[in-house]
Design a protein around this ligand. Structure first.
Ligand code: MN
Length: 164
């Protein structure tokens, strides 16, 4: 049974031809995970994914994700990916959606920085998520903010603020 949130993920892929995950057993993590995959597609980009609502909410970031406070990057929201995608590295063959090499660039856990303790899904739906990343390359407070009236355009920025 495929979660309806992953319909678009499935629609874009032919699992006879791509090595990407096609099994969606929901592995319940104790803490939400994030992963950043470097993707040598037509244009090199970084796929930034956060575990929210049982899937990996996903954004394609055309430049290296910010590692210093004050730097912001355009982040284009893409389709939800299954949690199993966090382990994926490999080569998507030519002629397939997203053809090119994928490598895990960073991964780890994250924490919701919303002090009102609303759910991540609520914050995502409202278009503003603040979170604390615990990765190897990406550490500290970050935000993803949806740009009003700009379709799937969000901004990914590193915050000065840390955990309280
Ligand atoms: Mn990609």
């Amino acid at each position: 049974m495929i979660s309806s949130k992953l319909t678009e993920y499935c629609r874009r892929r032919n699992f006879k031809k791509t090595p990407e995950p096609r099994k969606f057993q929901s592995r319940k993590n104790d803490r939400p995970i994030f992963v950043v995959q470097k993707h040598w597609a037509t244009n090199l980009h970084y796929d930034f994914r956060l575990e929210i609502g049982g899937v990996l909410k996903s954004w394609a970031v055309p430049k290296t994700p910010p590692r210093r406070a004050g730097i912001r990057r355009l982040a284009l929201e893409t389709e939800d990916h299954p949690l199993a995608y966090a382990d994926f590295q490999g080569k998507i063959p030519a002629g397939n959606y997203g053809a090119g090499r994928v490598e895990i660039w960073d991964r780890g856990f994250f924490e919701n920085l919303d002090f009102k303790k609303k759910s991540l899904l609520d914050d995502y739906q409202k278009g503003k998520i603040e979170f604390f990343l615990e990765g190897k390359k990406l550490k500290g407070g970050y935000a993803l903010i949806k740009m009003k009236g700009r379709g799937n355009h969000w901004l990914l920025l590193k915050l000065k603020k840390q955990k309280n």
